[in-house]
Design a protein around this ligand. Structure first.
Ligand code: NAD
Length: 256
């Protein structure tokens, strides 16, 4: 068996998906459930989590849910322990939970800046810190981070968000380097504008969809587009890929 074979998701493997109550996280959970993965779904919204879990169970897979605030280390420690108790080791995780409170830099409360960094970036570190040791012990696994095109371009009224997402691109590389000797791969998806609640926080659905006219492929993304990229990164087709970020944005931003 090649080193990379242990980093390919198989039916029955257990995946943690953060921010799974709606949007991209829900689509990722459904996609992985359709492939037979067991799931641990973490989010701050119990109702949305319960709905996602019900939808996933229709694929016949086991689903755990936990109310986890990714900005609270003690929540992540407790949820990671529950995962270890249920499965002995998770195969991996998708760090997807994210917040984007719009705010110009010169008016941003430092506490808001800190909160964004905690949820979006430190949350991913906490997944690695408390799920990673179990993956290393099992000597197999893979992880995917969900960043954002704003990491590449910056954004007005979202410097904290853009910085947190740029941090995820960098964190992906360092984690990939540290875990590669254990046969564990780590990659990152950089979504463009995707039809979920997040862009609707400051625009109407019509305005968000209209952004598709400036995208080479002529439409904004759907959560399933991003879930497909996550599934690809966890699959045998990406067995030789680690530390990379792929942009899924209809061609809106093209990486070198
Ligand atoms: N939708 C887009 O256009 C877009 C573009 C680029 C990147 N992203 C990223 O994709 C990811 C998913 O976002 P989405 O578009 O599905 O938006 P969303 O707002 O629909 O989903 C975000 C999910 O994260 C959860 N969450 C928020 N704070 C949390 C916390 N402290 N702990 C745990 N869970 C928490 C929310 O409850 C929600 O279920 C985010 O990281 C977002 O930044 C989205």
């Amino acid at each position: 068996m090649g080193v990379a074979d242990g980093s390919v998701l198989r039916a029955g493997d257990g995946m943690v998906v953060t921010g799974a109550a709606q949007g991209i996280g829900r689509a990722v959970a459904l996609r992985l459930a359709s492939q037979g993965a067991r799931l641990a779904l973490w989010d701050v919204q119990p109702d949305g989590l319960a709905e996602t879990a019900e939808l996933c169970r229709k694929s016949g897979v086991d689903v755990l849910t936990a109310k986890v605030d990714m900005g609270e280390p003690s929540d992540v420690v407790a949820a990671a322990k529950a995962v270890g108790a249920a499965w002995s080791a998770p195969f991996g995780f998708v760090s997807n939970a994210g917040i984007f409170p719009r705010s110009p830099i010169l008016e941003t409360d430092p506490a808001v800046w800190e909160r964004v960094l905690k949820v979006n970036l430190i949350g991913a570190f906490l997944c690695a810190r408390y799920l990673g040791p179990m993956m290393v012990q099992a000597k197999r696994g893979a992880a995917v981070m969900i960043a954002s095109g704003r990491a590449l371009q910056g954004t007005p009224r979202g410097a904290h968000y853009a910085a947190s997402k740029a941090g995820l691109v960098s964190f992906t590389k360092s984690l990939a380097l540290e875990l590669a000797p254990q046969g564990i791969r780590v990659n990152c998806v950089i979504p463009g504008v995707t039809e979920t609640a997040q862009p609707l926080e400051d625009s109407t659905l019509e305005e968000v969809r209209a952004r598709g006219s400036r995208i080479p492929l002529g439409r904004i993304g759907q959560p399933e587009d991003i879930a497909a990229g996550v599934a690809m990164l966890l699959s045998a087709d990406a067995a030789y890929m680690t530390g990379q970020s792929i942009a899924l944005n209809g061609g809106a931003i093209m990486l070198p």
